[in-house]
Design a protein around this ligand. Sequence first.
Ligand code: PFF
Length: 446
Amino acid sequence: MSSKFSKIGFILAVAGSAVGLGNAWKFPTLVGQNGGSAFVLLYLILTLGVGFVIFLAELALGKLSEKDPVNAYRTLAPKHKKAWSFAGFTMIANILIASFYSVIIGWILKYVFLSITFELPFDINSAKDQFNELLHKDFLSQLICFTLVFFVIFYIVSKGVKNGIEKLNIWMMPTLFILLIMMLVYTMSKDGFYMAAKFLFVPDFSKISVSAVLEALGMAFFSLSLGVGTIITYSASLPDKTNFITSTLNIIFINILVGILMGLIVFTFIFEFSADPAASGPGLIFISLSTLFSKLGIIGSIFAVAFFISLIFAGITSAISMIEPFAFYLINTYEMSRKKALIIIGFIVYILGIFCILSYLSFTHGYFSFFGMSFFDILDSLSSKIIMPLGGILVAIFVGFIMKKEGLKILFKPYMRGIYFELWYVFLRFISPLAVIIIMISIFIR
Ligand code: PFF
């Protein structure tokens, strides 16, 4: 990535990175596991108070250096260049995320096939059995779907991110959105809808726990693709005169909205059938949505195919943005061809992805589980609850204390000045990193 995005291309690419399975899959799952509304509130606060602040700092880092994450730190650090360049290596988490993320996109692909062959079950218990069968027993389907997804992602990245993404996103985002609204309208006629709305919006502070706060923090980082060099990488190609403040706010708004809409739809069906929102684990959206679609007969199958395909696209535009930082780094630093860089990264992602699949299969008898967690969950937790927040703290310290305030002022001046800039700066230097540090520490001394 060296030439610039077009203005709309940049916004679409960043929105494409942000909006993905984090909103559609992870958010509802975590909301279910962490008691609903209180988690939603925490997520909103942390998205605005930490996510937004660090997002702008990553933008500045990318724009002012026009480099990949490692070289961005190296270029902009006035001294200790080598030490700072290590901060860029938090982008390694992206490789971990890309592997389990592609496995989930693979599950969605499987659900496209199930929808086409009218195999979505009618009631929630059969839906649960169907998902568990896939997760714990069906290695072959998972392997085939994951492999297909893997090749599509790497093919697109090999063609260069800019062209691929712009074309994909310009119609994918609106389609996903329209389908979500149509599904929401349908769910509103159900009794479960009011319970879902209450579950999501009426705060119950008794449900807040230290681990829920860390989950919400991880979710805020994950859903905005922060702390792992992705926003730095995309901003390196930020076209001049883009109002990145309004763009960022728009992206954050869409990101939250997609999560909330998905939550409302998914939980309506969970409550409609008196299922337990916390018990479904990674299968929550599949279990809930397949019941929704099967209720609608043929129309439901058409809907299911359209919806799952648009989710696949949303996932793919995010996955691409996980691969690009590391590829950009290898190409920049070692003058490697894009193809060679992608073969190296692809090899790692593919192997880790297979381990993720194996870690849920019953015949591996826990071989791929460590400390009571599946390999899949370990990659997920390690990246979103440890590496991403750590990456965020490093960005905040670097941009807040090491970079010159004047340079930032000039960069932000056309879009954010005076008190707004100062406020952001105070958040960046003190409030946001301290919040992250306190949350991370409190987990250990709990
Ligand atoms: N933000 C993406 C989502 O919510 O699905 C996930 C993601 C994309 C994480 C890119 C990290 C990343 F670098």
